[in-house]
Ligand binder design. Structure first.
Ligand code: SAH
Length: 346
């Protein structure tokens, strides 16, 4: 059954016309479902309309299955979808506001060697409404409303590869930025990709200033191919070219993610190559010691090594920081909680 949250405001208006309802009903429906109200609980819609909606649409695409809270305030949610699948989201509390990390697919088919999300492959894509509802549900749980949102920033860094589910992700982005709804600014939304070049170009051509984050994790194809199968399809130089293109079209500097792995990508030579590769246009490098995943064999670099690596980059003139790790005690890395639940359930 289709989710009501998959529909844009205009699509809800068309639905009301199809149902022979006055146009203003769309506004009422929209406001209520954005506050996570179930059809039966909406007080300002006629009973027959609510019944018709219930017969044709799902009003609760997902619910909270499990939560884990870290001492630093980070909270991890496992969401149960209508079909029994599980996805996850992480709420990170910063001084400036709350950031929600959300999933775009159930699992992932990109096969990165360090990532827990891809261990069981891709189960299916999420719909735009399923992505939106992760935001609406957490906003609601935190006591937020449409006018006064409790979430300030969104990052598409949960399980899944956003550019492998491009149409649903771009529809989600337009829904979540709709001024009549939760009204996010594209400037507060980060989209993270392993580097699907043609889709990055397609997003750049929309000229919307979302923050683009590219998971680079290596300074050359040789190392990248050892850990990221996608690099056999798109060469690192093409990934860099499209990052430049993204900057030219949107005016936003691109962020490169670099998970530091001991004995693989943490040498001075790697820092030098990374600097040469990314210099010449505005970008930033986020270095993070690899988060060890039980099922994976790669060795995390220490925080000390991460600070050394960043110091080398900065000395050469790159903009770089060691990313703060939060939520480490609660299986905070990509896909870890979901894998644990799947394993616990046999
Ligand atoms: N598919 C997207 C987004 C999901 S992963 C992407 O590849 O960017 C979000 C980020 O976490 C990516 O940068 C990913 O490479 C990184 N990541 C995944 N597993 C990790 C681990 N074990 N340690 C450190 N970073 C990890």
């Amino acid at each position: 059954m289709q989710n009501i949250h998959d529909l844009s405001f205009e699509e809800m208006q068309n639905l009301m016309i199809e149902y022979n309802q006055p146009k203003f009903r769309a506004q009422q429906l929209f406001e209520n479902v954005y506050m996570c109200k179930k059809f039966v609980d909406i007080s300002n819609l006629p009973k027959e309309l609510k019944e018709k909606l219930s017969d044709n649409f799902c009003d609760q695409p997902l619910l909270v299955h499990t939560t884990q809270k870290d001492v630093d305030g980070t909270e991890k949610f496992a969401f149960l979808l209508q079909d029994g699948n599980i996805i996850e989201g992480v709420l990170m509390r910063y001084k400036y506001g709350n950031t929600l990390c959300l999933s775009t697919q159930v699992g992932c088919r990109m096969g990165c060697k360090f990532c827990a999300s891809t261990l069981n492959g891709l189960a299916r894509n999420l719909t735009a409404g399923e992505m939106l509802y992760q935001v609406l549900l957490i906003n609601n749980l935190l006591g937020g409303t449409l006018k006064k949102r409790a979430i300030t920033n969104l990052v598409l860094m949960g399980s899944g590869e956003p550019f492998d589910n491009f149409d649903n992700v771009t529809k989600f982005l337009s829904l979540v930025c709709d001024q009549r709804g939760v009204n996010f600014s594209p400037r507060n939304i980060s989209i993270s990709t392993c580097g699907i070049v043609p889709k990055i170009k397609e997003l750049a051509d929309k000229k919307i200033p979302y923050i683009l984050t590219i998971s680079l994790h290596a300074p050359n194809d040789h190392i990248r191919q050892k850990i990221m199968p996608i690099s056999k399809v798109y060469k690192i130089e093409d990934v860099i070219s499209v990052a430049k293109y993204y900057f030219e079209k949107t005016g936003r500097r691109v962020i490169f993610e670099y998970a530091l792995i001991d004995k693989l990508n943490n040498s001075f030579e790697c820092a030098k190559q990374l600097h040469e590769l990314t210099k010449g246009f505005p970008s930033h490098i986020n270095v993070i010691p690899l988060n060890a995943v039980k099922e994976r064999t790669l060795l995390p670099a220490s925080r000390k090594q991460a600070y050394q690596f960043v110091a080398w980059l900065k000395d050469m003139g790159s903009s770089a920081t060691v990313r703060r790790t939060i939520g480490e005690n609660i299986d905070g890395a990509c896909g870890q909680l979901r894998i644990k639940i799947l394993n616990d359930n046999g």
